[in-house]
Ligand binder design. Structure first.
Ligand code: FAD
Length: 456
């Protein structure tokens, strides 16, 4: 009998919900405190120039932007304690929006000086300008370029790997230039008790960089995995089964993902995120079910047994274990978006969980439905209602077809399911449409959880 089905599980569930919100509030508080710190520092103690409010305000904005950039590194540094409560996709999304905020603050810092204190900006020509001011302009240029290349990567057809390398290089140059700018300008840093603050921010950032790009890859090289099986499924999906050559993955939950690299050193930026599609109960082996959508996934599905792999994980929060108090589950998958749902279902089966699950699974046609037989078999082991939805159904099809919309959901969802968690994973347009349809059916927003297969 599963832990979740046990009525005695209620108090731990309540505790874990409390802990979750405590973590959320603590992390948000930490972030806001870190970014607001420059204002606190600015308005306490001596102000070197004792000058106009516009000047002081502009300086505080500059420092805040720098703190925000340091936070940005933490957001994408795959820190498990940071991604656990929110989910890695949400943290990356946050990173994306926050980066616009950081650049807006930098531009405001520059704009205020330009309007009210133009002489302080000196000349633009780097040959004649003061180095610390040129440094500031280089930083601003790097961060603007970072945002533009991220926002328009697909439009300008920048390869993902190239973009990723460029992103890292621009971020490092931008941050170093910004710190040099702060130290060179010296306002508000000349004071020793404030200098430590900027030294601290810089050291924290440097430490994070070393940890993420050197220490962690080095640890991965010491814990290799070996591919033991490559199984092809309908729809072109291949499942790679990996066995640990060193330590196994610790404390992973169904629905979580890991960064996988096969045939490359972990020091190279060649790893990709994939859901672990089996359940922790099936460990220590891990299964990654991969659909070839680009160059690297096309190469990965051809992996021969015996190949060495590196696994960095687990990450993510798209898990039935995050909602232990749920009375049942509504799951909605499109195409390869089935992988985290498959993992969660495997866990429910392994635990003989009696709670009802209603799964909508959308695919182009009947022959491309990956894991069709596996899911069908699960219907006999747990209380699973399986609703296949096809774009292009066969002539004798009696099931659902077309887009998943409000009417289709209403046909299959019982009234009480409104309070169950609704777990969505699929193409972005489908996820968006289903979220709206669920909202229209009265499902509260906090009951809708979704996994995005894109982290930028
Ligand atoms: C949390 C998560 C879980 C995922 N789980 C699965 C899964 O179980 N099965 C599956 O088939 N796919 C999964 N994906 C998608 C998979 O990571 C991408 O399809 C894969 O990275 C594409 O790489 P490519 O070089 O073949 O394609 P490309 O054509 O190079 O890339 C296609 C798109 O995938 C994204 N992408 C490419 N490389 C990376 C990278 N290194 N890191 C992040 N995003 C990248 C980019 O948005 C890019 O535009 C998951 C993605 C995420 C974020």
């Amino acid at each position: 009998m599963s832990q979740n089905s046990d009525p005695a599980a209620a108090p731990p569930a309540a505790r874990s919900a409390g802990l979750f919100w405590l973590q959320v509030v603590a992390l948000l508080g930490l972030g806001v405190g870190f970014i607001g710190l420059p204002f606190a520092v600015l308005f306490t103690g001596g102000r070197p120039l004792g000058s106009a409010f516009t000047w002081d305000f502009s300086m505080a904005l500059g420092f805040s932007a720098l703190a925000l950039v340091a936070v940005q590194f933490a957001l994408t540094g795959r820190l498990k304690w940071l991604t656990r409560p929110f989910g890695a996709d949400i943290v990356y999304l946050f990173h994306r929006y926050l980066s616009w905020g950081a650049v807006a603050i930098m531009l405001a810092h520059f704009g205020i000086l330009y309007i009210w204190h133009q002489p302080a900006l000196g000349v633009l020509n780097p040959l004649d300008a003061r180095w610390e001011l040129t440094s500031g302009r280089v930083a601003l240029g790097c961060f603007v370029l970072l945002i533009l290349t991220s926002q328009f990567r697909k439009l300008v057809r920048l390869r993902y790997e190239l973009w990723r390398g460029l992103h890292l290089v621009l971020a490092i140059i931008g941050f170093v230039a910004a710190v040099l700018h702060v130290l060179g300008v010296g306002n508000y840093t000349a004071n020793p008790d404030k200098r430590w603050l900027w030294a601290g921010v810089t050291l924290a950032w440097l430490g994070l960089l070393i940890w993420v790009r050197l220490w962690r890859p080095w640890q991965l090289t010491r814990n290799p995995w070996r591919v033991v099986r490559n199984t092809e499924h309908r729809g072109g999906v291949h499942s790679l089964e990996l066995t640990p050559e060193g330590a196994s993955l610790r404390r992973w939950k169904p629905g979580q993902f890991a960064w996988l690299s096969i045939g490359h050193s972990p020091f190279v930026l060649k790893e990709h995120p994939f859901t672990i599609s089996n359940a922790p109960e099936h460990g220590p082996n891990l299964v990654f079910s991969i659909k070839p959508l680009g160059d690297d996934t096309a190469a990965l599905i051809k992996t021969e047994p015996g190949a060495i792999a590196h696994v960095d994980g687990p990450y993510g929060a798209f898990s039935v274990d995050h909602v232990p108090q749920a009375g049942g589950f509504v799951m909605i998958a499109g195409g390869v978006g089935i992988t985290p749902i498959l993992s969660n279902l495997h866990a429910l089966v392994a635990r003989e969980d009696p709670r009802p699950v209603i799964l909508f699974y959308a695919n182009p046609d009947w022959e491309s439905v990956s894991f069709r037989e596996e899911l069908d078999a699960m219907r006999h082991k747990i209380d699973l209602t399986l609703i296949h939805v096809l774009d292009d159904p066969p002539d004798d099809w009696r099931g659902e077809s077309g887009r998943i919309d409000k009417d289709m959901l209403a046909r299959h969802l019982p009234g009480q399911s409104r309070d169950w968690p609704h777990m969505l994973c699929g193409p972005a347009p489908m996820t968006e449409a289903v979220r709206k349809a669920l909202g229209a059916l009265g499902v509260p927003t906090h009951r809708i959880d979704y996994e995005i297969f894109e982290l930028v």
